[in-house]
Design a protein around this ligand. Structure first.
Ligand code: 1PR
Length: 632
């Protein structure tokens, strides 16, 4: 343990160094700087009383991981109690409320619930475990009492909406708080991709001063869930918005008097979400100027003449910015980028420097301002150590989640780990540390390959102990992303492998081979295994994963576009969302992969964004011009 600790401390110490070269590489473009300033202006408050918060509040104004110099809360809009019952990412909600200028009081006990002046009830994770925790902590009756009383504001988020209903068929069926009639059920629909992940459109069902502004301005909001409640005659008076996904529209928001709850995540829905939070908590007196934000920002519908009507409807295809993070040779934590996973500068022999493309927190904020639908951090050397000892990565998440109000995924090193002193860390513990630091999803790479190998040996069954099973049971499948790192393996005859082969039209093998399969690798491509991306994806879906991040070592950093053959093979094999990754070199590559593989839910890029060659908006404009549902 001592070795690990000293490495961490060393890394931390040298992170304070900032070379001129770093500064040059990480300088924000004039355009982005303007956006940052605009963001500050919108959130500027009339008073300057800095809100204090619970113990978890971060006071940092700058950081070695990138300046976190966005305006922090500058006004005091009064106290809001946040019920932290251990259901998942409460930090994001706290950060959003603090950003808006509320003083956040973390509460845990029944007594504190009853004393709250305004109560926010967040929720991520499985219904059954959330109800178990509420029961253990004797919170069920106080919560019911608070809502039934109705004299103080109550805001539920996601599971915090679902728990208000009579019950859910999730977790084998269980009772809820019984405050709204209806049972929460799994999405249904032919060939439907579940979880419902991403940015979708609300339809307002009744006069609702809290959602109206956002809706009138055609702003989408962020959903992530596999279960939903349906409107019916009994709950009609509660339903304030629905959203169309699956076989029928589901309840996106409820509101009655002082009680409001959303199935979507306001804290992850950019400025639109912050506006909704603020509208409700300030009883319709929000001072967030969404119009000013839209006019000053890149995503201004009016300025984009090419936006098609169809792009404004339905679940948007997501554009994700990815940050591969590692320590460079000097020990600084940097965003790097490889060509086919080789992240060292060329022309300097094998010992070329690790490419340094910027600071993680700063770049994450930049991509949020540019309109990225999500941001992913991959700790690419996580296979060597446990992130529980990797304080810098945890710190990156904490800082990024203070200013980035779209979903954050983190990967690298999520697996069971025994350190040199024999101390065992479970993958669930590692993931929990990431969730507590601001991650919304964790991505699992190397461990997933080993779990899949066991799954097939065990007659396609899990044993309940794997990272995928334990984390999805605890936090819900939507929180578990599988990062696949495949490379093409060519075959002259598909019978030469047990893995699913395709006849390729994209690129023949070195000896003219027509067939290929996509071999999974571990440890950042260092070790190939006898299992294909197709087989891995199927196993992961069965074990409870919620999403596939499909990289491609051959195309990584090449700029030739996504490997449609690979994406199609995997997207057709599973019914969970698939994110195409590796190879983006032009805005049209995004439209092309969505057109070629309609089942593909999102596309991710790194190099073109880091090098300022292409903006997120340019990718989205191309998508919207081509009629693809796009959050723009
Ligand atoms: O195996 O669970 O510890 O996770 C390690 C994680 O780190 C995995 O998700 C793995 O994909 C990632 N990783 C490991 N080594 C590298 C490397 O580059 N040497 N990066 C690496 C993966 C792929 C994408 C990249 C896209 C888009 N990089 O993250 O961002 O290919 O790039 P492009 O748009 O520039 O083409 P574990």
């Amino acid at each position: 343990m001592s070795t690990n600790t000293s490495v961490s401390y060393h890394t931390h110490a040298v992170l304070t160094k900032s070379t001129a070269d770093d500064r040059r590489r990480t300088s924000i473009s004039a355009n982005t700087r303007a956006l940052v300033i605009n963001s500050r202006l919108e959130l500027k408050r009339t008073t300057t009383a800095k809100t204090s918060s619970s113990s978890n509040s971060s006071n940092s104004s700058s950081s070695s991981y990138g300046n976190n110099n966005d305006t922090n809360t500058t006004s005091n809009k009064g106290e809001v109690s946040l019920l932290d019952y251990g259901a998942g990412n409460v930090r994001s909600v706290r950060n959003a409320l603090q950003k808006l200028g509320y003083e956040v009081k973390d509460i845990k006990s029944a007594k504190e619930v009853l004393l709250a002046k305004r109560l926010v009830f967040p929720g991520v994770g499985a219904y059954g475990s959330a109800m178990d925790i509420l029961r253990e902590r004797a919170l069920i009756e106080p919560l019911r009492e608070y809502v039934l009383n109705g004299n103080r504001p109550f805001m539920g988020v996601c599971l915090g909406l679902q728990l208000l209903f009579d019950g859910s068929e999730e977790s084998g069926g269980c009772e809820g708080l019984g405050l709204i009639p209806g049972t929460v059920q799994k999405f249904t629909g032919n060939d439907l991709i579940v979880p419902h992940i991403g940015w979708n459109v609300n339809e307002i069902m009744k006069e609702d001063q809290y959602l109206l502004d956002v809706n009138e301005k055609s702003q989408r909001v962020y959903f992530v869930h596999s279960y939903r409640a349906l409107p019916n005659a009994m709950n009609k008076d509660w339903v304030s918005a629905t959203c169309d996904y699956g076989s029928e529209p589901f309840i996106a928001a409820v509101q009655k008097g002082n009680v409001m709850a959303t199935q979507f995540h306001p804290e992850k829905s950019g400025f639109a979400g912050l506006k909704i939070f603020d509208q409700f908590l300030s009883k319709g007196e929000s001072d967030i100027d969404l119009t000013a934000w839209m006019n000053n920002n890149h995503n201004n519908n009016n300025k984009n003449k090419n936006i098609t009507e169809s792009s404004k409807k339905g679940l948007a295809k997501r554009v994700i910015a990815c940050l591969d993070v590692r320590s460079n040779d000097a020990g600084d934590l940097v965003v790097t980028k490889g060509d086919s996973y080789d992240v060292r500068e060329k022309g300097e022999g094998e010992s070329g420097d690790v490419r340094n493309l910027g600071k993680p927190v700063e770049l994450a904020k930049k991509y949020f301002d540019m309109g990225a639908d999500e941001v992913s951090f991959l700790n690419i050397t996580g296979y060597r150590d446990t992130p529980l000892k990797d304080a810098p990565m945890i710190e990156v998440l904490k800082l990024a989640s203070e200013t980035v109000f779209v979903p954050l995924t983190v990967g690298g090193g999520i697996r069971d780990f025994t350190d040199s002193n024999g101390k065992h860390y479970s993958s669930l513990e590692v993931a929990s540390a990431y969730f507590a630091s601001g991650a919304d999803k964790v991505s699992i790479g190397s461990d997933a390959v080993e779990v899949a190998e066991k799954f097939y040996k065990n007659k396609e069954k899990g044993d309940g102990t794997s990272s995928i099973e334990t984390i999805s049971n605890r936090y819900g499948s939507q929180a578990v992303v599988i990062s696949i790192d495949p490379r093409r393996k060519y075959e002259s005859d598909p019978k030469n492998t047990k893995n699913k082969c395709i006849e390729t039209k994209r690129k023949l093998g070195p000896n003219g081979e027509k067939y290929c399969w996509f071999q999974c690798t571990i440890k950042g491509g260092r070790e190939g295994r006898d299992i294909g991306a197709y087989e891995l994806a199927i196993a992961m879906e069965k074990l409870g994963a919620g999403e596939i991040l499909l990289n491609c070592i051959d195309e990584d950093g090449q700029g030739n576009g996504f490997d449609h053959e690979l994406v199609k093979m995997v997207a057709d094999a599973v019914k969970i969302p698939v994110i195409a990754s590796s190879g983006a070199g032009h805005p049209r590559h995004f439209s092309e992969v969505f057109a070629a593989v309609p089942a593909c839910s999102a596309a991710l890029a790194a190099g073109i964004f880091h090098r300022d060659e292409v903006t997120v908006l340019e990718c989205k404009e191309d998508m919207a011009k081509n009629g693809l549902p796009t959050r723009i």
